[in-house]
Unconditional design. Sequence first.
Length: 484
Amino acid sequence: MNSSFVKKLGVGMVVVFMAALMWAYGPEALTEAKDDAAADINYQMVLPNFSALAKLAQPGVVNIRTVKTMKEGGPVFRHFFGNPFGDRDPFSNRDPFGEGGPGREFKQRSLGSGFIIDREGFIVTNHHVVENADQIKVRLADEREYDAKVIGRDPKTDLALIQIEGAKDIYPLKMGDSSKLEVGSWVLAVGSPFGLEQTVTAGIVSAKGRFIGAGPYDDFIQTDASINPGNSGGPLLNMNGEVVGINTAIIAQGQGIGFAIPVNLAQNIIAQLKEHGSVTRGWMGVGIQDLSPELAQYYGLKEQKGVLVTQVFPGDPADKAGIKSKDVIIAVDGKPVNSGRELSSAVAGMPIGKDVPVKILREGNEQIVKVQIAERKESEQVFKGQVPEGEDLGIRAADLNPETARRFGIDENERGVLVVAVRPASKAEQAGLQQGDIVKEVNRVPVQSVSELKTEFGKAKSADTVPLLVKRGTGGFVIVKVTR
């Protein structure tokens, strides 16, 4: 075939395609197809102006350095799931030769980030950045340095509010709306990874509404913008330079996976910390469970929407309102709820004493009951949890006492250690340990507290397989074998 014939053939095919398009949809379809294609190409070619955005945001981002008095062998809460430096942490004053033995005090220096929210010097950061800090130093983008004081902390969402005084010419960042973020949207993370101040990384929103076992109110934005130790507390920005998240956690085993607290979740927490120095949360008094397809079918529900009530605590608001076990809660205060996390978050953010309409399904019939929201009173130990000393087992556990048993819908006479959360990809998850499990024995030795669990698990040698006797819901006892 000569070249002229090939050209004629190509032109003919284009003409046939255009004619078919016009015949099927009319002349306007061809114009729309061209416009859509051009729009797609233009959108792919135009990238955000990251330089301008970085210049706009950096003056409002701060570096936070803390000093904490620690004890050898003491537990250290790590939101970054492991020390990236191993035993050679350059930011720690720990004795490099290990002398002094357990119980010896040392000064631990930590790094983090934060961002200014107003001209009064209030700064948002993570709880784990300033937890138990004896000294907090804040360095601004122009290298001015100030002492900071803690205004309030909320361990359950890992948020903290600190303040510097006497600082002039500071530049607060504007808060955005995280509900408008879409998967695939560009975002910018600013902070001090590994102490490298004013570092800017760009990426996209990888997912929303992530649960990673960090706390009872997990609702993270997942992003592939590079986040590393030291980024904690720094802002995640949209392309308008607005804060849409607070960078909080990474998974050490993963690359390109970071997590940020949505700013819409943080706004109410920050306001309460600023006004009261602490956070109060609403409480209905029910044990709940997400609906599975099997449960939805069993209860005759047309759609798998709502949250199943598994238990109603006597004397609590739901009980007084007439809610019963096996009811399905489908809306609270006029807003649909489709998961236990949605329901818990919605109720937690409601004013104490407010009468809230709750829509329920009972035996296929919709009803609305009024529930007066009470203040949630819970043991800090339940949600704060602990990690076995010197180990990265990957669980957060709590002593099982009558109070925690009541809150989790467990028989008050039950004994053992309650697994509050299991970290993804951890040893515990790989072994099959689950949230809500009750650890009864470690290597055939009964345990009734987190400290006993630590002790018995710590007796095993490295790489040993340690059998745990676990009670799992109504399924009876199971053996879970965890590699130390």
